[in-house]
Design a protein around this ligand. Structure first.
Ligand code: NI
Length: 187
């Protein structure tokens, strides 16, 4: 829509963008989705690979909400929406990482004493054997004896877990932990 305004220098044209909000009830999920549309009926969402923003209400117990607000304040969230988005993403990632054929990324943290006979060589051998999947490695000499390694592994959930278990179970590794996460697609 173009609105003509009279100003000091004459007439200027100012484009006015009209955004309407439409609330759609979704009976399958028992929620109301509020979606923004511009004058042309297009979604007002912008950005590549990002869907439009939907607003919906949540009903929950007051005490539960108080506890949630305390928690998200401790975690330095600026608002409930961002905290809820992260909770949803965490659930989706956890669900997907439960499927062995899903593409995933994992970080394996290892702590070991490099004086233990052949240990450092064994860990290096494992990394060379999986050089296609282990895409990055960080080594820190913690003190005169102990080393920290963080390895980034990419592949299916099954492959990432197998490689991580191989590394963590090497005799002499004091502590090993795998953290699985998403490749970021579809989230
Ligand atoms: Ni070291």
């Amino acid at each position: 829509m173009v609105l003509k305004l009279s100003g000091n220098g004459g007439i200027c044209n100012t484009k006015i963008k009209i955004i309407t909000r439409k609330t759609e009830y979704n009976p399958d999920r028992d929620i109301c989705d509020e979606i923004g549309y511009d004058a042309g009926g297009r979604s007002t969402a912008r950005g590549r690979g990002v869907g439009h923003t939907v607003r919906f209400g949540i009903s929950l117990d007051e005490k539960l909400l108080q506890n949630f607000d305390q928690l998200i304040e401790q975690k330095s969230y600026m608002n409930r929406s961002e905290a809820i988005r992260d909770l949803i993403r965490a659930s989706l990632v956890e669900e997907r990482c439960g499927a062995e054929d899903q593409e995933a990324v994992g970080t394996v943290t290892l702590v070991y004493n490099h004086h233990v006979r052949d240990l450092a060589d064994k860990l290096t051998d494992h990394q060379h054997a999986h050089h296609d999947q282990i895409i990055s490695a960080l080594h820190v000499h913690l003190d005169a004896h102990n080393c920290l390694e963080v390895l980034v592994i990419r592949g299916t959930v099954l492959v990432v877990k197998q490689i991580a278990n191989e590394l963590i179970s090497v005799k002499g590794v004091k502590h090993g932990k795998l953290v699985l996460t998403t490749t970021g697609e579809d989230l």
